[in-house]
Design a binder for this molecule. Structure first.
Ligand code: PEP
Length: 253
């Protein structure tokens, strides 16, 4: 049985006071069974040390990005050695906002994923199609290309540290959530890809989480889908409703 996974992606939001309030009033009050659900939240880099020192022990900390390059003369970057040095267990890679605004190609995402895994970090690897691609019937083709670029870089064993986040770009921050059926269709495709391209172990063990306008109102319906193993949550992760999303996963089975 796969353990559910709920990630909170806080993006480039919050002053330090707002992050402190979110931790104190929502995150540190989350109650869930760690045998059923794994929870991680991703603040901005600057807030990570405070969050690490003050977060409840059952919630892990994630970064929203890590570098393609190692330590050295790379102004403005944060390398995986430095992430590991601070004992941060998770990193989100390939988020559509990184792809869209910062030029991250499938190849860059694949390479970043390998570098992070080489340093024993766990990775939420994001994939997803744009609206025009969905409308052109290219959804699985786009996702396959994104997954293939990650596969090119990884050994089979490394997949045990990867959570695949299916995030249709048209659903991110738009209030337009994929229906449970739409999400399941793509999750089943990803699971089939894991089976044929990586192996039965990866097919059975890899968590495939859904992201795209998940809220406390739709989480319980989405989580009923057989290939949906949790959520990556953006906007709703900044609000008290995040507790209900975690609860939906906790109560799902
Ligand atoms: C995200 O940024 O990963 C995301 C899913 O955002 P939202 O929940 O706001 O759509």
């Amino acid at each position: 049985m796969r353990r559910y996974f709920v990630g909170g992606n806080w993006k480039c939001n919050n002053t330090i006071a707002q992050t402190q309030s979110l931790i104190n009033t929502v995150i540190n009050k989350l109650v869930f069974d760690v045998n059923k659900v794994e929870v991680a939240v991703a603040p901005i880099f600057l807030h990570v040390p405070w969050v690490q020192a003050n977060i409840q022990k059952n919630v892990q900390v994630a970064l929203q990005n890590s570098s393609l390059t190692k330590v050295g003369a790379y102004t403005g970057e944060i390398s995986v050695e430095q992430v590991k040095d601070l004992a941060i267990p998770w990193v989100i890679l390939g988020h559509s906002e990184r792809r869209q605004y910062y030029g991250e190609t499938n190849e860059i995402v694949g390479k970043k994923t390998r570098i992070a895994l080489d340093y024993q970090l766990s990775v939420m690897a994001c994939v997803g199609e744009k609206l025009a691609e969905r409308e052109a019937g290219q959804t699985t083709q786009v996702i396959q290309a994104q997954l293939d670029a990650i596969k090119k870089e990884l050994t089979t064993a490394l997949w045990s540290k990867v959570v695949v986040a299916y995030e249709p770009v048209w659903a991110i921050g738009t209030g337009r959530t994929a229906t449970p059926e739409q999400a399941q269709e793509v999750h089943a495709f990803i699971r089939g890809w894991l089976k044929s391209q990586i192996g039965t172990q990866a097919e059975q063990a890899t968590r495939i989480i859904y992201g795209g306008s998940v809220t406390e109102k739709n989480a319980a319906d989405l989580i009923k889908q057989p290939d949906l193993d949790g959520f990556l949550v953006g906007g709703a992760a900044l609000k008290p409703g995040f507790a209900d999303i975690v609860a939906a996963a906790n109560d799902a089975r």
